[in-house]
Design a protein around this ligand. Sequence first.
Ligand SMILES: [Zn+2]
Length: 456
Amino acid sequence: MIKLYNTYSKKIEEFKPLKGNKVGMYTCGPTVYDYDHIGHAWNYTTADLLRRMLEYSGFKVKQVINITDVGHLTSDADTGEDKLEKSSRELGKTAQEIAVYFTKIYFENRKKLNLEKPWKIAKATGHIKEMIKLVQVLIDKGFAYQISDGIYFDTSKFPDYGKLSGNTLESLMEGARVEINPEKKNPTDFAVWKFSAENSKRQMEWDAFGKKGFPGWHIECSAMSMKYLGPTFDIHTGGEDNIFPHHESEIAQSECATGQPLANYWFHTRFLMVDGMKMSKSLKNFYTLKDLEEKGYSAMDLRYLFLQAHYATPINFTWESLEAAKIARRKLNDFVAGIKSKGKVNNNYKDKFLEKINDDLDLPGALALVWIMIKDNRVSDFDKKTTLLDFDRVLGLNLAKQKKEKIPANVLKLVQDREVARKEKNWQKSDELRNEIDKLDYIVEDTNQGSIVRKK
Ligand SMILES: [Zn+2]
């Protein structure tokens, strides 16, 4: 039995797909106007782990990921500049060039993090027709209305608006009273289509509803999920910050258009903090994968760090925890690479592993189990290797492709001598040996699983 926390019901539920062993999964992807940071990486990796867990458990997953390359304004309240057009102005490139460039970076980063390829990549600009059609359906059914700057969804027609984020329509209305657009029927109404401003020329705009305009941010996900996964699908994933207004609005649009529930399970990844604080450019604690690489860490070190956290709890990133993840990952790689032959999957550990990951994606528990098995003398090294490679279908650490780092014999000898000195509590000798190892350009680290050595 697979258990998952559902943001919609606020409960842990048993996962039951709509059709046999097939799972439809929609993942809110990036707005491609800037480099993605490690918080994004955390978000995409948890969705990847969910998908891998389902696949490992015998399901066939169709994952759709959208690329927002138009219509996401700088403010969530349908105001401000389009993020793509703003970035275009700032970087002196066309909006199209900005989108192509950052989409490329996004897929490079996915590859580095070893995230599985989506079944469908859906670009907003490639689905304008579908969005216009959907807006028209909402107008025809009386759920959307036109005012001078665009077409808006009438939230008073959808009493469940606010349910996903744990709000009531009344409380949201109260909170949105400070409103700058007096033409809107209700303060919570949101744009499904925006008209281009009369006095300015947008780079990306389309003819529809008698004017030039562009889609509201939320409508793309409704239109594209409907196209590829049908009116109702199994799992919708995204970051915690997508819950309101983005997913709340997706639900309203889709369900009013189709008369059916949008998704059966809502999976949300909590924030990534850095040193206990929210990551922001102004606090100078804002990191991209490139920043990590420049300090000698790989995306796979970060992936290992992510495996130690639970998606539904905020994760705290520190450089110390990344260093620890790097050491542990190398130890795991070396263990697997050091065993030459394969054996059989240990079913006892496999059952326990499955139990952990099926329990609301308890990866920290699954990873702890990996180390328990490595230390278990009753399991042969051959079987350990084969079992770890099997677990790696979920962990995604590329264990099969790792090569053991070749450490020269003279360095290994010094490490062994130092181990002996440490056992004898001869700290002076141990320190002298560490210095000698250091002079040969190697680093020795003491972990609770013994010493490990690597090139500087
Ligand atoms: Zn979305």
